[in-house]
Design a protein around this ligand. Sequence first.
Ligand code: ATP
Ligand code: MG
Length: 195
Amino acid sequence: MEQEALAGTVIWLTGMPGAGKTTIARAFVARMQTFAIRSTMLDGDALRAGLNADLGFSAEDRMENIRRVAHVAALFGKEGYIAVTATISPHPGHRASARQIIGNESFVEVFVDTPLHVCEMRDPKGLYKRARQGEIEQFTGLDAAYHAPVNPDLTVRTQGVSVDACVQQIIEHLASKGRIESAWRPVQRQLRVPR
Ligand SMILES: Nc1ncnc2c1ncn2[C@@H]1O[C@H](COP(=O)(O)OP(=O)(O)OP(=O)(O)O)[C@@H](O)[C@H]1O
Ligand SMILES: [Mg+2]
């Protein structure tokens, strides 16, 4: 039987390009499946490919992007899911707006904290390289500022830390806030073999 998370939990991951948001969100959702907790990932790139395909990277469009992601996350939260969003959301105003849309009691701001030189070395999409070559303007982390959260609900450092350990920190934070039962164990999936 599926367990429900306490209604309305949205984990809002924020961090620079290449910080590890998508990787952590995906691993988190996979981990929740083993607990039979319903969760879903809302990835900025995937949403920009469809729902937000009309938006660019101007200040207005970035804000509109966040507004839409926050509303979709809030809908999942209301259905009892843990929604994990993976957007850079570089400005405090983005996070504040998301918090307001989702509701303070449901909103968990997680700063995926990875130093710029590590993000640039990882460069999973080759975007830092292209930005350095002048092919991308206003790239967050280089010529557009990433404003790190001053007081996030949780900071997860990824440098020299495994993805699993990062996910575990988020789980422990949720458990400490009573958002998931810390005692839940992975569901034992056993095949019943008829005698
Ligand atoms: N502890 C960790 N947590 C997350 N990612 C890690 C960690 N250690 C190494 N990595 C690596 O860092 C890279 C992070 O890339 P990812 O696409 O998740 O970043 P992102 O924050 O989603 O970037 P973007 O904003 O451009 O979408 C991956 O190649 C991942 O394997
Ligand atoms: Mg990503």
